[in-house]
Design a binder for this molecule. Structure first.
Ligand SMILES: NC(=O)c1ccc[n+]([C@@H]2O[C@H](COP(=O)([O-])OP(=O)(O)OC[C@H]3O[C@@H](n4cnc5c(N)ncnc54)[C@H](O)[C@@H]3O)[C@@H](O)[C@H]2O)c1
Ligand SMILES: O=C(O)C(=O)C[C@@H](O)[C@H](O)[C@H](O)COP(=O)(O)O
Ligand SMILES: [Zn+2]
Length: 359
């Protein structure tokens, strides 16, 4: 077992990384939740078996209930949020009731938002079951849902009490979902860790085979890198946390204009990073070779590196203006200045964005 600690004062927590084990589950819950007596599990239709396994293990020690949400990005909606609140009320959830999210980023973001809102905050446990959720969404406390006008437009910061990562659950993850998670993995290399980027370049075959030892290393490294940022800027107030948004101004626009779920989040992030890198070239921040290395690695991971031709540039720019990083309608982009370092820039013109997006 490996542990990554997220040090946030009174909101500190630990991330347990294990493989095909459930032995420590009750001890883990007890230490994360203290006097909690009731647990409310949330899964989607593809993670129900995993959820039931953990719920059954918990039954001797806790009163348990659960909700199952339709799989897919369209479930990060007001309707599913409202459904979870109704179910929590029906269960008679009190301030100590623990919400346990078993699934990918959709379930983590949705259940976490319900946990943040119900009774003004319930203790929350993340059990990520996709690579993307293990390396990114289960850590850092961003929770929320989508709005037709913008991705994650409605949400909160609500840190989990603990994160339980069983790398073993990746065995059943569909290939497209696995590859999508690799986009956020590549992101950490570009924004924070050039050695990690090289490690990914040198180990593509093993990564694509889901080699267990490599996966453990990758998940632990990404969790540490994300925790390092979140510890310094928990609520994206100083600006540092924005670096985790590299590629996301483009990505969220692609996801929004195409209808949530047409492209997976990681696919949108992959192409989004390439466009952000092209913008950095345009601003003379980096040589083209840095973009080319990203394109090569992302292509080896069979991820898209270009937007779809049917998407209209003015529509994409309109969505970008509602990005959470924008101020007074002024676009802000996270751009690389070298491999392993990025900077927030707000002097990018719409014309420059349109030029990099032009086919
Ligand atoms: N909160 C954050 O900091 C943060 C960070 C990154 C991404 N996100 C969000 O995360 C979401 C994407 O998350 P995702 O990529 O995990 O997608 P997802 O939650 O939709 O899961 C992907 C698919 O895999 C299935 N699945 C999950 N685990 C499985 C398993 N072990 N075996 C078989 N099938 C399994 C799911 O049912 C789903 O169909 C997006 O909404 C994105 O905005 C949030
Ligand atoms: O944790 C963060 O901060 C991130 O930006 C991580 C991103 O990978 C993630 O997609 C996040 O949900 C985007 O947040 P948003 O504030 O741009 O909606
Ligand atoms: Zn993301």
């Amino acid at each position: 077992m490996q542990t990554v600690s997220v040090n946030l004062g009174p909101r500190s927590y630990s991330i347990q990384i294990i493989a095909h084990e459930t032995l420590g589950w009750l001890t883990f819950l007890k230490s994360a939740l203290g006097h909690t007596r009731k647990l409310f599990f949330v899964s989607d239709t593809h993670t129900t078996t995993l959820m039931q396994k953990l719920r059954d293990l918990s039954l001797g020690a806790y009163e348990c209930n659960h909700a199952i949400i339709p799989a897919g990005e369209s479930s990060k909606s007001m309707a599913q949020f409202s459904f979870l609140l109704d179910e929590l009320a029906e269960f008679g959830a009190d301030r100590q009731t623990g919400v346990v999210a078993v699934g990918g980023g959709v379930i983590g973001d949705l259940a976490g938002f319900a946990a943040a809102a119900y009774n003004r905050g319930l203790p929350f446990i993340q059990v990520p079951t996709t690579l993307l959720a293990m390396v990114d969404s289960s850590v850092g406390g961003k929770v929320g849902i989508n709005h037709p006008k913008g991705k994650n437009l409605i949400g909160a910061f609500h840190q989990p009490k603990a994160v339980w990562i069983d790398i073993g659950s990746l065995v059943t993850l569909p290939e497209r979902e696995y590859l999508s998670g690799l986009a956020e993995v590549v992101k950490y290399g570009v924004i924070q860790d050039p050695q990690f980027f090289e490690f990914l370049e040198q180990n593509t075959a093993k990564i694509l085979k889901r080699d267990a030892a490599i996966l453990r290393q990758i998940v632990a490294r990404c969790c540490r890198l994300k925790a390092d940022v979140v510890e310094k800027d928990e609520r994206e107030e100083t600006g540092l946390r924005m670096i985790l948004n590299y590629g996301h101004t483009f990505a969220h626009a692609f996801e929004t204009v195409s209808g949530y779920g047409h492209w997976l989040h990681g696919e949108a992030v992959a192409a989004g990073m390439v466009y952000a890198s092209r913008l950095a070239e345009k601003k003379d921040l980096i040589p083209a070779s840095i973009t080319e290395r990203q394109i090569k690695l992302l292509s080896e991971f069979r991820l898209p590196v270009k937007a779809e031709s049917g998407w209209k540039i003015p529509d994409l720019i309109e969505v970008m203006k509602r990005d959470k990083k924008a101020q007074a309608g002024r676009l802000r982009f996270i751009l690389p200045v070298k491999l392993g370092e990025v900077r927030a820039l707000d002097d990018v013109t719409e014309q420059q964005v349109a030029e990099v997006l032009a086919p």
